[in-house]
Design a protein around this ligand. Structure first.
Ligand SMILES: Nc1ncnc2c1ncn2[C@@H]1O[C@H](COP(=O)(O)OP(=O)(O)OP(=O)(O)O)[C@@H](O)[C@H]1O
Length: 319
């Protein structure tokens, strides 16, 4: 498998009136061609800004260090526009805010097709039916003419996915695409993404805090905590052998209908990103904290094949 996206010691800071928010710290990971990588972690841990960094959609108060490569070429101000909306398509949680309420579905798909492929309106119109069918919107005539408010949440999300497909991306980023939908529609949309990935072979960066989704969809999992990658492994390995206390905590938190008791939450909350604690970023909430944890920052290291963890507990196992 070749590397499609590579983060190399990438850090991102937001300058604010209350100080520097260290949103991402020293991220190093890859998304390979044709794989589904799940990015998981609590709200505010940096999942969305990681995705936005790939397509350079960052606000003016952001400053970055380190590098991001796309297909082996470093992403910069000049080439990022060729990547955004062309090589990389993104679908967000709330399709309502991503769609233009004043335009029909057809108009919005035509706009995307024309700007991506530099084709005529008529050529673009011809492609709309095919795209709607690919996302299983079979009532094509009605959907083409519909405004976003005339569609259900699930249908709107399918339209968003159709807009992403119109770009024929190499990377499809799905940022909590099912969080706003009810459970049955959620499953349908997930299945659709999975099926499209299998046929079109694009890579997927799937952002979620739902480990149930990860268990079904992902090939590999990257666990983030307060802007840091704390663990990274193939899905089966991560679920059967979680090494970081934070990952274990997340897995324990998952609701299991077979258990009689409510799962125990991870105590405490995310640390300040303006004044992060010294040493290990997770130590204030960790049940297995040791003396070293307050002094040394654990590095992400491979302790089993393809299994990386940033935790002093596994220091002896580093390769
Ligand atoms: N423009 C900004 N200025 C200052 N801080 C920001 C800005 N954008 C994001 N942040 C901060 O960066 C951190 C990471 O945010 P991000 O949206 O990536 O989290 P997330 O893991 O995607 O959360 P969620 O699951 O809620 O979407 C948060 O602490 C957030 O407040």
């Amino acid at each position: 498998m070749s590397e499609l996206v590579k983060f190399e010691n990438y850090s991102l800071t937001f300058k604010t009136l209350h100080g520097d928010v260290r949103a991402l710290r020293n991220l190093s990971f890859t998304i390979n061609s044709g794989e589904i990588v799940a990015l998981v972690g609590e709200t505010g841990c940096g999942k969305t800004v990681t995705a936005l960094s790939i397509i350079g959609l960052l606000p003016e108060n952001a400053s970055q260090t380190g590098k991001i490569f796309f297909k082996g070429i470093e992403v910069n101000h000049e080439n990022v526009k060729r990547i955004r909306g062309k090589e990389v398509a993104i679908v967000f949680q709330d399709p309502t805010s991503s769609l233009n309420p004043l335009y029909t579905v057809e108009r919005q798909l035509v706009d995307v097709l024309m700007s991506r492929w530099d084709i005529s309106v008529n050529k673009a119109r011809e492609k709309v039916d095919g795209l709607l069918r690919q996302v299983q919107l079979f009532d094509v005539d009605r959907v083409r003419r519909a405004y976003p408010h005339e569609l259900s949440g699930g249908m709107r999300q399918r339209v968003m996915i159709a807009m992403a497909l119109a770009c024929e991306p190499s990377l499809f980023i799905a940022d909590e695409p099912t969080t706003a939908l009810d459970v049955t529609v959620q499953r349908q949309i997930l299945y659709l993404i999975w099926e499209l990935q299998r046929t079109k072979k694009f890579s997927v960066l799937f952002i979620t805090h739902d480990l149930g989704i990860v268990a079904q969809l992902a090939d590999r999992v990257v666990v983030m905590y307060a802007g840091n990658i704390v663990e990274m492994a193939p899905k089966k390995e991560l679920f059967s052998n979680p090494l970081h206390p934070y990952t274990s905590g997340l897995l324990n938190c998952a609701l299991d209908p077979r258990k009689k008791k409510l799962p125990e939450p991870i105590p405490g909350s995310l640390p300040s990103l303006t004044e992060p604690p010294s040493g290990c970023i997770f130590r204030e909430r960790c049940r297995r904290v040791q003396n070293d944890c307050g002094i040394l920052t654990p590095e992400l290291a491979e302790v089993r094949p393809s299994h990386f963890v940033a935790c002093h507990l596994w220091r002896e196992h580093r390769g």
